[in-house]
Design a protein around this ligand. Structure first.
Ligand code: BG6
Length: 292
């Protein structure tokens, strides 16, 4: 198992170090002229990104757990190889095993613009999975899935880069880019609904899976005087989530009064957009996040 000491010896990259984070879990810490950021080996979980000249972009719950076997609340959980509850096993963890697996760092280097790129990998079920993150003036994350060694059948999976964005107040932000996209409304009996033709605004619990879309989204936050752009490839679903009051109160690792501070825009392949992975192939889901 990689330790803080072994990681520091193996990856001597200026602007990058490893240390024990919350709960004693190992994290990589990036501090360069172009960006600061952090990623835990537990879940390959990015917990912060702050491009130079801007406020932090990702939201973290102050009630998050940092424990082996438990997901971290906020940042960018990796949902894989299924999204939400398991289709047939109610005892299986929501959003799959990736976000609670211990990942191994395989590469770390300085990028052309002076940021830091890290790659981590793990095995999940019968898949080999690699996660690459570039902490720079933009945040770029790619989840690449291949059949694990010895696997001889095609396999299907779902994935999501379940990104929590920090906002001034969710009641005063809007999301554009999905006006023409139909969606499954998980707060209305998982009904499939037609495109609304309008920007998304938040007036209550929102849990929507937009299908068959590779659209770029814009998160407009006048209170922070910023717009966050989310571009993607290898992803056909976009999930938009805010738990609002009652659901926040039900979640033990989410503060009762934190819901106005966040919104999730998730780069995903779920439900009818799940990926059929043929032998000798791989699939990459990529998201690029920019602040303007
Ligand atoms: C969202 C789902 O992606 O994640 C929601 O659409 C879910 O239904 C939310 O509540 C958080 O999930 P979890 O397992 O991290 O509490």
């Amino acid at each position: 198992m990689q330790t803080v000491l072994s990681l520091c010896k193996q990856f001597k990259v200026p602007g990058l170090h490893f240390e024990a984070g919350h709960g004693g879990l190992t994290k990589a810490v990036v501090a360069t002229n172009v960006a600061a950021g952090e990623i835990y080996l537990h879940g390959a979980h990015v917990t912060s990104w702050q491009p130079a000249g801007h406020e932090p972009v990702l939201w973290m719950s102050r009630s998050s757990l940092f424990q082996p076997g438990k997901p971290i609340r906020g940042g960018v959980p990796i949902c894989f190889p299924w999204f939400g509850p398991h289709a047939s096993d109610p005892s299986a963890p929501a959003h799959g095993f990736a976000r609670t697996a211990l990942w191994e760092v395989t590469e770390a280097q300085t990028t052309v613009e002076g940021g830091i790129s890290l790659s981590l990998q793990t095995r999940i079920d019968s898949f080999s999975v690699r996660f690459t993150v570039e902490f720079g003036s933009v945040l770029q994350m790619t989840l690449t899935t291949e059949p694990g060694p010895g696997i001889s059948v095609d396999q299907r999976f779902e994935d999501a880069l379940h990104t929590y964005f920090s906002v001034s107040d969710v009641r005063n932000v809007s999301i554009t880019g999905l006006e023409q996209v139909r969606y499954i409304d998980k707060v209305d009996g998982a009904l499939e609904k037609p495109a609304t033709g309008a920007a998304i605004e938040f007036t209550g619990e929102t849990d929507r899976v937009y299908l068959k879309t590779d659209s770029e989204c814009h998160l407009h936050d006048p209170g922070r005087n910023r717009t966050i752009t989310i571009s993607k490839s290898g992803s056909q679903s976009t999930v938009v989530w805010n738990p609002w009051i009652a659901k926040s109160a039900r979640m033990p690792d989410f503060g009762d009064h934190e819901w106005p501070e966040m919104v999730c825009i998730e780069t995903a392949n779920v439900g009818s957009d799940s990926i059929a992975l043929a032998l000798n192939t791989s699939h990459s889901t990529t998201v690029v996040i920019r602040v303007q």
